[in-house]
Write a protein that binds this ligand. Sequence first.
Ligand SMILES: [Fe+2]
Length: 345
Amino acid sequence: MSEQLGTLEELPEDYRADMTAAGVAPLWPMMRNVLPHGAPNPVTRPGFWSYAAIRPLLQRAGELTPVEKAERRVLVLSDPGRGAGAMQATASIYLGLQLLLPGETAPAHVHTPSAVRIVVEGKGGYTVVDGEKLPMEEGDLVLTPGGEWHDHGHEGSEPVVWLDALDLPLFVYLEGSYATEGPLQAQRNRPDASQVEYLSSGLAPTRKHGAGTRRYPMMRYPWTRTEAVLNEMAAYTDGDVAELDYVNPETGADVLPTMGFTAMRIGAGQVDNPPLRSSSAAFHVVKGRGTARINFQTIEFGPKDTFTAPVFADIRIAAADDTYLVRVHDRPLQDKLGYYEERAK
Ligand SMILES: [Fe+2]
């Protein structure tokens, strides 16, 4: 393994010109950019988004731009490593805060990337996925998987805000991202699957002989139940942070092909000090406050704030109050590609 590879400047000018004319370039001067030693060299930097700072901007967007002119009224959380306007929060994760005002609807569409909504505030919002009406209560996790028609509506009296997490950057990179628009969906007149078929974990509807199961059987994960389970677990974790992965209730697999979601409870005074992970992550604070140290950056976080960690980041989260987070990560993608890894600190 050589430390010092040849540079472009060492090569004769006529040779460089002839290479350019032939449409080729030497690998060796650029090789360490794409194959650094030992660990990736991420462009992504830790990010922090204060909800108190963003909420007035969202409100203003509601005054300035009617939903008919926006289709989706969203402020995108841009990775500081890529700069203002970057359509991604990490290499693979897009995050945006979306506002829907009472009486508004966001028209139906379908697209190749998958999305998840984590509800930040407000009552009365709903998402319709494949005809199923999914209520959106604070902290709920609602899936709109790639290829599934979805639209949003609002029957309440106060603004509704949710955090969108999508694998959009990956689809843009693959030149595979596109959407198709359509009319609002007819809604089925029954509660969503989390209230009917999958009300209790460990119980699934009996399979009819020869019939398969739906690819995405449950699209809504109510927060009240998640928090109750985290609290039960916390009593028996021997000081460890209580964590729950969101899974497909029929298969136990991650809920989406590339993105994973983990609910966390860090008790007051407790510290989460995970190993270095090859996955990138975003942490959304459902409740609580504390201090996060991501590499060399220190973040004081409170309820509804969001922060991110690049791949192999040194993460340490100390909770001042009982703190509930949802971690969005790309481990499922890395698992599928066969390179997910954890390293001891
Ligand atoms: Fe969408």
